[in-house]
Design a protein around this ligand. Sequence first.
Ligand SMILES: C[S@@+](CC[C@H](N)C(=O)[O-])C[C@H]1O[C@@H](n2cnc3c(N)ncnc32)[C@H](O)[C@@H]1O
Length: 290
Amino acid sequence: MQLLSLLVVLCVVAVLTEDDTAPHLQIQQQLKDLFPTEYHSFPSNPSTTASSANLNGKSDYLKTLSNRGIRTSQYALISSSSTSLPDPVDLNLFVEEGLRTFSSLLPLLPPPSHSTSILELGSFEGSSAIFFSEFLLSHPSSSLHCVDLWSSASYETNPSSQTIIGSIIRGSLSDNSAWSYFTSNIKLTPNGHKVHAFSTSTFTFLTSLLLLSPPPLYDLLYIDASHVRLDVLTDAVLSWKLLKVNGIAVFDDYGGGEGCGEGIDAFLKGVGEDGEIILKGYQLAIRKIR
Ligand SMILES: C[S@@+](CC[C@H](N)C(=O)[O-])C[C@H]1O[C@@H](n2cnc3c(N)ncnc32)[C@H](O)[C@@H]1O
């Protein structure tokens, strides 16, 4: 009888002391603690309604962005000399490739009615983050973690910045203007308050998370930071450990030449049969099997 009473008391104590904070909020708090100065969150934007754009309508999507007031440096430059909407390829490569990639991947991802956690490595002015915010974050506990140095130093060392668009970017951006575009764009998206930004290197972010016990796991990785061969390989290997089984990793610029494709190919060799390639084009997507 005494033992039973003791058990009841222990159960009551366990229930009373249990942390009933939702898991996604616990993770948020852990990350805030890990990155006290590098962490940034955004207010909710009740005046912005969810996207009416659909993945088949590139021009609908661009109009939606334009109506929201979303701008990138390319957009600002191109639209200043033109009254019509710029060609999507010029506006941002993500619009062209991202819509193509995600129209085939969306059926394989958790539906928007499910909680989805996304990690984006390399956010720049927010084009891909805006896309995720528009289409994949409608569930109240969904989240997008964006990691970028947001510093001109990281554009200079990135071979992808050596293109024409890259030189426009480098010529037109001051040290923190990519960050300014990113923050003002995210504030204009309907799910901006579910976006969490970390201004640090991908290596620092990934290794810090991997030291947590247990580390948070993601449903979707979008890898688009440094395009240097060994950097892409490192980002891929480390972030793969943070991907849920059945989760999907998407790489940008697989077909873009330079070292990016080589780094991704080396990673694919290492993954072997633990992953299944589900899309191979300019972007590459792989699902984690085990
Ligand atoms: C190609 S851009 C990302 C484009 C973005 N996904 C979009 O859709 O517009 C690459 C970004 O990666 C960032 N970057 C490069 N190396 C990095 C590193 N080691 N750690 C964190 N960010 C890095 C750069 O600052 C740059 O903003």
